[in-house]
Design a binder for this molecule. Structure first.
Ligand SMILES: Nc1ncnc2c1ncn2[C@@H]1O[C@H](COP(=O)(O)OP(=O)(O)OP(=O)(O)O)[C@@H](O)[C@H]1O
Ligand SMILES: [Mg+2]
Length: 218
């Protein structure tokens, strides 16, 4: 079964004249790491937003075609069902972090899904250990480096145990050292069998992809 299947997907933002996505078709196998590349403005982030349901739930427009997540049409999945399957991480980690402590940040998503305290604590310890940031649990995310903030943004998504991760240019604001740490984490997640979608301009950042999808080329 495919983890993601995109069938004939087209999208036009409200008040825009032309479609941003035009009959996009592709499939991603479970456990695959796929890079999506294409010129700036070709619709990569728009596509990511379709894959995680932000379009049409948050951004309005005309959408046609279908996205299937493990064979289920995303149209038929609730927000809670989507976030348990797919996590999305954006370019600027600061937009994703809003809690006074890392502990609060990591607990926010699972608390909203009514996951019990013990389980949240168990997941948090495991994830903080995996990213080597156990000692930062009670710190304010604002005091971290960009690379560390991005790790926490990824960790907050991993708290919900999604099997698919969408990374929309997550390296762009990160220094060299931070990039190395994030790459290692992605490699680990790949080994664990997660499906990973990597959107990036830099060839260097998509080296761990099994294949590349070119968006917007006729
Ligand atoms: N919320 C929105 N409303 C209207 N138009 C939008 C919106 N978001 C993006 N667009 C437009 O849609 C087009 C595609 O944008 P998108 O962000 O998907 O491209 P991208 O490939 O991710 O670009 P980049 O590489 O610069 O991140 C752009 O022309 C952009 O201006
Ligand atoms: Mg983008």
């Amino acid at each position: 079964m495919y983890s993601i299947e995109v069938k004939n997907l087209s999208f036009k933002y409200k008040n825009m004249k032309e479609n941003i996505l035009n009959h996009v078709n592709f499939q991603v196998k479970a456990g695959e790491t796929v890079a999506i590349i294409g010129q700036s403005g070709c619709g990569k982030s728009t596509l990511c937003n379709c894959l995680c349901g932000l379009i049409p739930k948050v951004y309005a427009g005309e959408l046609s075609g279908d996205v299937f997540i493990y064979g289920e049409n995303i149209k038929n999945l609730s927000h809670a069902e989507i976030v348990r399957r797919i996590g999305i991480i954006f370019q600027n980690p600061a937009t994703q972090l809003f809690s006074p402590t890392i502990e609060d940040e990591l607990a926010f998503g699972p608390e909203n899904l009514c996951i019990d305290r013990e389980e949240i604590d168990f997941r948090m310890k495991k994830i903080l250990k995996a990213i080597n940031m156990e000692e930062y649990r009670y710190d304010n995310p604002n005091n971290l480096s960009g690379g560390q903030q991005q790790l926490i943004a990824i960790a907050s998504v991993l708290m919900l145990k999604p099997s698919i991760l969408i990374c929309d240019e997550i390296m762009s604001w990160i220094d060299k050292e931070g990039k190395e740490i994030i790459k290692n984490l992605l490699l680990k997640l790949k080994d664990e069998g997660k499906t990973i979608i990597l959107v990036d301009h830099e060839v260097e950042n998509i080296q761990l992809a099994d294949r590349i999808i070119h968006l917007g080329e006729k």
